[in-house]
Structure formats: structure tokens, C-alpha cells
Design a binder for this molecule. Structure first.
Ligand SMILES: [Zn+2]
Ligand SMILES: [Zn+2]
Length: 242
């Protein structure tokens, strides 16, 4: 997929052209899984309902993560990042990290009820981490997002012992991984790094294995003026960029 300016006017999932059919038919919304009568979908068959069209970035992340069956947090994050509501950089990534991790975790545990409650609580917590936190507080919101995730799955509180250690450790580990690459900040790079650290942490500390593609390449560098290119482990030099 090539991202271009057209991306903002085509399909919200893949950026391709929209097709208007003569006849209305039942279509299932890509994000909320509800069925609607419609005559518009993209050339690849993606349909997005009017309600999902109007959602804010955090509402969309919440809706999609509650409905999805996926157990791959990296794939979930990239799918959501393709929606133009999620900006190249922005505080929605602070919620994106715990949301995709919680969705994958509770999908693996087959516990939909807990998934929904925890994702809503993660949003409440993540919305307190303001934009630009990485620069102003020395604490990238994507790293804090992994702390929110581990705090929620372990039930940590400020008074816990083991759970407290786990949630603070994951924030420390993902923050170090993010810091080691230097700036300028990139909400995509930091999200990937935070998710990869969380997946390693789950495997080593909590004996839970999530399957992700750690060798993935980023498709968003053409949108990032400050891309660090060769210093980024996800940089794809074959893409058209600045
Ligand atoms: Zn599409
Ligand atoms: Zn929908």
C-alpha cells in the first residue's frame, strides 16, 4: 500500500478508492462488526458504518479493540494507525498501546467481559497522559501504556508488592528500549518498541506467548518529517519519503 494525500479521501482502512454500487446490500462494518444496509465500500471490500466514521481516535481504538478477535497486538496497532483519525504523532498512541495489548491478552484468555472493562479503564487512565509527555516529563506515553497494561492484568495498586514490581518494571524496560534509539520522538516507533517489550515481558515473566512479527517494517515513514530513517529498526528504505 502506498500512502499518499489521497489516503485521506479514500477507504479509512486501506486508502484505496471507494466504489458506489447501484444496489444497497447488507455490509458488515470493518471496525464495529455491525451489519448495515449500504451501497459504498472500497475496491477491496472494506465497509465502514456512519457511526464509526464519526468516532474520535480514542473512541475508534476502544470500539475496535473491544470487537476484534485478534491475538496480535502489533497487527492491531498497525491496522488502527492506518485510520486517518490516528495522527502520525499524538496522545492517542498512549491509549493505543494498552488497548491492543489488553485486546490480544483477553482474546487469548477468551474473556470478553474482562476485556471490555479493562480496555475502558485503560482509556480513562491513558487520557491523563498528555501529548508531548516524552519531551516534557522524560516519560514516553507509549511506555506508560505498557505499565497501564500490566497494572490492569495483574490488578496492581500503589500498595501491591509483586504486581507493583511487575507494572513498574515493564514501564522501565519499554522506556529504556525507546530511549536507546534517541529522538526526535516518533509515536509509531515508540508504539512498536513498547509492544515488543511487553510481549517479551509477558513471555518471560507471565508465561504467556503472543505471536507478533518483530521484523515488521513501518509503512508510515512517508508521513513523518522527523523520521530518523536508518537509526530506526523499523525503517523501510524502499519507501518513498522526504
Ligand atoms: Zn479498503
Ligand atoms: Zn462501525
Amino acid at each position: 500500500m502506498v500512502i499518499s494525500v489521497d489516503y485521506k479521501s479514500g477507504c479509512l482502512v486501506c486508502g484505496k478508492e471507494l466504489v458506489y454500487q447501484k444496489k444497497f446490500e447488507n455490509m458488515v462494518c470493518y471496525y464495529c462488526n455491525e451489519t448495515y444496509d449500504s451501497n459504498v465500500k472500497c475496491v477491496d471490500g472494506h465497509f465502514i458504518c456512519d457511526r464509526c466514521h464519526r468516532l474520535s481516535a480514542n473512541e475508534l481504538i476502544e470500539e475496535y479493540c473491544i470487537k476484534t478477535e485478534s491475538e496480535d497486538p502489533l497487527e492491531l496497532a498497525i491496522t488502527l494507525m492506518r485510520n486517518p483519525n490516528l495522527k502520525m504523532h499524538g496522545p492517542e498512541h498512549h491509549f493505543l498501546v494498552p488497548a491492543v495489548l489488553l485486546a490480544s491478552y483477553y482474546n487469548m484468555k477468551k474473556d470478553r467481559k474482562k476485556k471490555e472493562t479493562k480496555i475502558k479503564e485503560a482509556r480513562r487512565r491513558a487520557e491523563k497522559i498528555l501529548g508531548g509527555f516524552c519531551g516534557s516529563h522524560g516519560d514516553c506515553g507509549a511506555a506508560v501504556g505498557t505499565g497501564i497494561f500490566v497494572s490492569l492484568i495483574t490488578g496492581a495498586t500503589p500498595l501491591s508488592n509483586h504486581e507493583w514490581r511487575l507494572s513498574n518494571t515493564i514501564t522501565a524496560k519499554s522506556l529504556l528500549s525507546i530511549a536507546n534509539h534517541g529522538g526526535p520522538r516518533c509515536c509509531k516507533r515508540n508504539t512498536y518498541l513498547a509492544i515488543i517489550e511487553a510481549v517479551t515481558f509477558l513471555k518471560e515473566g507471565l508465561k504467556t506467548t503472543m505471536r507478533i512479527d518483530e521484523d515488521m517494517k513501518c509503512e508510515f515513514n512517508p508521513l513523518n518529517k522527523e523520521c530518523i530513517k536508518g537509526r530506526c529498526p523499523f525503517y523501510d528504505g524502499s519507501r518513498n519519503d522526504h
